[in-house]
Design a binder for this molecule. Structure first.
Ligand code: MN
Length: 289
């Protein structure tokens, strides 16, 4: 079986603030890459950025989501979360929050209070994962995944390590429960030796470079905040030159359904988006107490 071919390379330098806590670059989003990267909808890369100590609450206040999942991966700093189901918590470096908004939640996302008071470096990724139409109105769910519960595999020969957050790699299963078959792997490379990473045949696949410089395929040189989109055909991706690089590998079975989104809602039709707005306004996604 051949290796997956690079279809396109993307870079977005534009950054914007989400609330007053998250200076993000949207590295991909569904209006452009929804079909090629299904089931992944969007990836916001926040930071790395230095925050001075503050008593203020930095972040984004109560807002809804419906129809998909938000996956928050913290690398530096802390994120506190609270939602209308009563769930909440704080995650720190290496931890992941996998929130299934599905029929709808209202939540807030802030820097952790202790981190805000200390100040320091903040770095985080938020990934949006689509749900199949049949699951878009299922009950919300919240998975708090601690770093200690994420299998970390040694890539051998001093190449680095791979954390299996979701899906499976080399016999290790990630802790995240997902609605469709997908992999989310967090990869740290330590040498510039070439590496062939097996990725399921037929899965849509992207390699996102958070830090460092990496050659993907045989001729695409990527640096921080760039990503490569691969063809589903083939059963591996090739990486090399990634000394001290930090990457995400995202791969999954495509959901072949229309994507219609607006703001915090991602559904299949315009009417469902209008219904989501009505339901939110009527308090049917709950309220933050
Ligand atoms: Mn949110």
């Amino acid at each position: 079986m051949p290796t997956k071919r690079v279809l396109s390379v993307h870079r977005r330098d534009a950054s914007h603030w989400v609330g007053d806590g998250f200076p993000v670059r949207t590295l991909f989003s569904y209006p452009e890459l929804g079909a090629q990267l299904s089931p992944f909808l969007l990836l916001d890369y926040a930071g790395p950025a230095q925050f001075p100590p503050t008593e203020r609450r930095l972040g984004v206040g109560a807002h809804p989501h419906r129809g998909f999942e938000t996956v928050t991966l913290v690398y530096a700093g802390e994120v506190e979360h609270r939602d209308s189901s009563g769930a909440g918590g704080k995650i720190g470096p290496g931890d992941v929050q996998w929130m299934t908004a599905a029929s709808g939640v209202v939540h807030e996302e802030f820097h952790g209070r202790d981190f805000a008071q200390r100040g320091g470096n903040f770095e985080m990724v938020q990934l949006w994962v689509n749900l199949p139409a049949k699951d878009k109105l299922s009950p919300p769910r919240y998975q708090e995944i601690r770093a200690a519960d994420i299998p970390t595999l040694d890539l051998g020969d001093g190449r680095g390590s791979l954390r299996v957050i979701a899906g499976e790699h080399a016999g290790a299963r990630g802790p995240a429960k997902t609605f469709t078959p997908l992999h989310v792997w967090d990869l740290r490379l330590q040498s510039d030796q070439p590496l062939e990473v097996p990725v399921t045949e037929g899965f849509n696949t992207a390699v996102v470079v958070l830090q460092g410089d990496v050659r993907v395929g045989d001729s695409h040189d990527l640096s921080s905040a760039e990503l490569a989109v691969f063809a589903p055909e083939g059963d591996s991706v090739q990486l090399s030159g990634g000394k001290a690089a930090h990457l995400l590998v995202l791969a999954g079975e495509a959901i072949h359904e229309p994507i219609v989104g607006q703001g915090p809602f991602v559904m299949n039709t315009r009417a469902e988006i209008q219904q989501a707005a009505v339901d939110y306004q009527a308090g049917r996604m709950g309220r933050l107490s």
